[in-house]
Design a protein around this ligand. Sequence first.
Ligand code: PMP
Ligand code: GLN
Length: 385
Amino acid sequence: MLRSWDDFGVSIFSKMTEEANRVNAINLAQGFPDFDGPAEIIDEAVVALRSGCNQYAPSRGFRDLRVAIAHYVEERRNLSFHPDLELSIFSGATEALFCAVLAFCQKGDELLTFEPFYDIYPGFALAAGASFQTVRLHPPDWDFAVEALAAAMTPRTRVLLLNTPNNPSGKVFSKPELEAIAELAIKHDLVIITDEVYEEIVFAPFQHLSIAQLPGMKERTIVISSASKTFSLTGWKVGYALADAKMIRRMRTIHEHIVFCSASPLQKTLTKAYQLPNRYFQDLRSDYTQKKDLLLEALRDGGFQCASPQGSYFIVADYHALSKEDDVEFALWLTREVKVACIPLSAFFQDKELMKRQHLVRFCFAKKFETLMTSAERLRQLSGL
Ligand code: PMP
Ligand code: GLN
């Protein structure tokens, strides 16, 4: 149980990236592309910087960007949110999530999420003074028991934090699963915060569905996403939240107290990104499908067991046929000896000591084909060791 910020230590992403750099390994650990976002968008950013867009933006974000995102969401998710009242810009999905949790979880409340979870979620609960509760997703399919979810809901549960497509598992929650979650959320009068940053990275035949698209759910759901994954611009840290006007108002107040506004020239530029034609999103998906298949095949050839992810840019790999070491030792060994870095999956669980023995690690395939090809060569050699 994490009771203070001192209990956290340095994030596993920083640790593994540092180690990969130290030993000159390929970094398939931290989730970020080793290629740039669309060239025309980057050129636009230079124009924005050169044309005086360098002072504070409105706290809620430039209107042009809010309108562009509202259209994008309407077109691609069939969801309608008013750009002035029901949509706001944040410094990445991270800040939007933080504001959402602070807005709706108070001291003594419970924040419920699925486990494995993106590693910063427990810190949100700590900041709000809420307790952090989880329901297990079971590998290799990462399914869950609806009874377990129902049993985890108590009179103190206030917020259910969802993440689909899921990091680290690559699970895309299905319509029946979301319907079961929605039914329980209505019964317990919960606020749902849904982290959908990988919404555009989903592999056929799977499809992304936001729980806000289900009947009766829009008014209790905060949908959060960002430009990080959709436009391969993780360093820009521009994200957004969609929710009913009362909810957005409270989040805007918190945002004003944290950063006031997000980077002006980047917001200005991203208006164009959210107006890119359908073709851009199709290409993103087909590019990542090929990258996923390339790494999956190499991992399997090397002796890992892995299911194909349904979405996100991560593969979870079971290495028990290769080593009996715990996942932290194995990830460090692979980084130092094979020169391919990955993340021990225990980082995404509460009981890290116990989960280290699951023999699971996570690889990121948001990399150039040449990076993945070199990684594949190195990973294939494992079968001969
Ligand atoms: N949620 C999940 C599940 C993520 O994997 C990430 C990736 N960094 C984020 C949120 C943060 O997104 P952003 O870069 O927009 O803050
Ligand atoms: N979301 C990224 C991952 O899962 C990491 C982002 C970060 O390092 N903060 O690897």
